[in-house]
Design a protein around this ligand. Sequence first.
Ligand SMILES: *Cc1c(COP(=O)(O)O)cnc(C)c1O
Length: 428
Amino acid sequence: MTANADPREHFTATLRAARELDGADRLARFRRHFHLPPGRAGRRIYLCGHSLGLQPRGAAAVLAEVLDDWRQLAVDAHFDATRPWLDYHRQVSSDLALLAGAEPSEVVAMNSLTVNLHLMMASFYRPEGARHAVLIEAGAFPSDRYAVDSQIAWHGHHPAGARIEVGPRQGEWQLRTEDLIERIEAERSRLALVLLPGVQYLTGQVLDIAPIAAVCRKHDIPLGLDLAHAIGNVPLRLHEWDVDFAVWCSYKYLNAGPGAVAGCFVHARHARADLPRLAGWWGHDQRSRFDMPEAFRPMPGAEGWQLSNPPILALAPLLASLAVFRQAGIRQLHAKSQRLTGFLETLLGAWLEDDVEIITPPERGCQLSLRLSGGRTRARKVFETLAEHDVVADWREPDTLRLAPVPLYTRFQDVYRAADALRRILRP
Ligand SMILES: *Cc1c(COP(=O)(O)O)cnc(C)c1O
């Protein structure tokens, strides 16, 4: 997950410089693949793709195709549709594998993120005696913490004693790899699972997974990743890093729409292992699924964790979205992210050094998190006023503003205008 942009690149804090950067941007054409929400004057500057990505223009046609097949073919659409529903989830496997750094058989589109997290923990969190603790990051996204706590309790243990949290050091914002590794080493006899984010949702920090995965493997502790803010944002190499499982949602950087079907990765070394799991008929060996056999025999690979036949309507927009990623390339997108956030950092440094503190490290995707000075009330007011300037950002209590200039649809001049709006609000 290293940056491939030139770290020494120097930006000039002018609108003219921004326009020149846009003129030379080879990814600029992808903006036309998205519906940009209208604002008071022109289009809104949408810096909220880390929460809900914009609608790809191709989504409507793919959805219409499904509705048409349903209308014309009804049940026969399972076999005879333009893209037969029986295997519809496989339409996205190779593109998801590209983004995840995985083999197609290691990924599957199914369910929602938190559901997948529970399914994965059912297989990979197998506490035994004193070894029943779970290590997560301090300040983890609430759903992940609830899922972990409820799994611990489900196995008859107390979350308070069994949830181990590692946070940044006093006065710091970022998790240090060496602190995570040290803690895993120290707690290894108690740990039954390590669950970490690919990108931390609040700070936007990209974690260095490879060395963490290595120490987990050394001590035979399963490692799972939550990639909600990582997939479609930064390049990933799940197979090579040798993580056990990963889960993600598709409505953030993957732009697949509200409630879109989420995803899951299970490493190939578990493909044929007879891991305990919560099973459903769609995970059963496809060759005999419709014979309705009595005994469950899982499909090899990630598909063996499927429960139900997939919601085709919630899967269709993902096809349209992934087609855009395939053309643009995740490495190219990440390189542009580095430059967009670098430009934003330059502008904020030049204009607002005393008003904002950037808590996102250089190891990042396209999110920059800012702490605003002057207390919560002032900070909250700034966020609300930004919306009046047609800048869509997002707010985390008590004082953090998250800005995500998504490289697929954000221009350098949008970044300039957003920073300029912030400047006019903070320094009227
Ligand atoms: C967005 C997000 C979720 C959302 O979970 P859903 O099951 O999709 O509602 C969970 N965890 C993290 C870290 C997230 O960023």
